[in-house]
Ligand binder design. Structure first.
Ligand SMILES: C[S@@+](CC[C@H](N)C(=O)[O-])C[C@H]1O[C@@H](n2cnc3c(N)ncnc32)[C@H](O)[C@@H]1O
Length: 223
């Protein structure tokens, strides 16, 4: 993979329309709710969702706090089309939900896409495990630049796979997304990379066992 290419939401072999139904099998409501709890959006917050895909997290955060500004960024126009359709459907059926803004862009360019220092919180779910290690580093550096000083980073992704059962389950993800990009996550690289990007108070605050491996929630703060 070169620096401008990316693994699409449903992996290397499946079209994006399969992504949401498959993800629903991963205890998605549980880990997304825990993620939203850690984000704890407030009125007037600017929240940037890096690698927003089909928009589920951005839409959830907009429902939790309709007065927040939520910006979803993803390189894949097909995923963003799904996100826009879901946002339109949510607006038609939900009384109070903020419609996120959608922008096309790679994660390592997110500060250029939305503006440096604009975000109170940067969130990201299930993106870093799809990136080569140099891209993981570049995305985290760009997330840092996107946050205002004191701003928070909240990431959900496959983390260290601590048991034989979780390592076995994670092979499903490795089949879809390739071993080279995913194995460093399974080996526990993510907190080190977050700290290496300059973040402080780096914590793996939760782990959630799923049929596709163990998901971790990481939180950190830009000093
Ligand atoms: C597994 S999907 C997760 C989508 C969404 N965040 C969610 O939780 O459902 C991974 C997403 O990351 C995007 N992606 C892959 N590489 C990326 C990169 N280098 N920068 C930003 N987004 C990337 C893909 O286009 C895809 O939509």
């Amino acid at each position: 993979m070169n620096e401008r290419s990316f693994t699409p939401a449903a992996g290397r072999f499946a079209p994006v329309r399969f992504y949401d139904p498959v993800l629903a099998l991963t205890r998605e409501r549980l880990w997304r709710s825990v993620l939203a709890m850690h984000v704890a959006p407030r009125p007037d917050d600017v929240i940037v969702d890096v690698g927003c895909g089909t928009g589920s997290l951005a839409l959830l955060l907009g429902r939790v706090e309709p007065r927040a500004t939520v910006i979803g960024v993803d390189p894949d126009p097909a995923a963003l089309d799904v996100a826009r359709r879901k946002a339109a459907a949510a607006a038609a059926t939900t009384a109070a939900c903020a419609s996120p803004q959608w922008r096309q862009g790679m994660g390592d360019a997110v500060a250029a896409t939305v503006g440096a220092g604009v975000a109170d919180t940067v969130v990201s779910s299930l993106v870093l495990h799809q990136c080569p290690v140099p891209m993981k580093r570049a995305v985290l550096a760009a997330m840092y630049d996107t946050l205002r000083p004191g701003g928070r980073l909240v990431i959900a992704d496959y983390g260290r796979q601590r048991t034989a059962a979780m390592r076995l389950a994670f092979r499903i993800v490795q089949l879809a997304d390739g071993k080279a990009d995913t194995q460093p996550n399974a080996d526990g690289i993510v907190p080190r990379l977050i700290a290496g990007a300059g973040f402080q108070e780096v914590r793996e605050s939760e782990t959630v066992a799923t049929v596709t491996g163990s998901l971790s929630i990481y939180v950190a703060r830009r000093p």
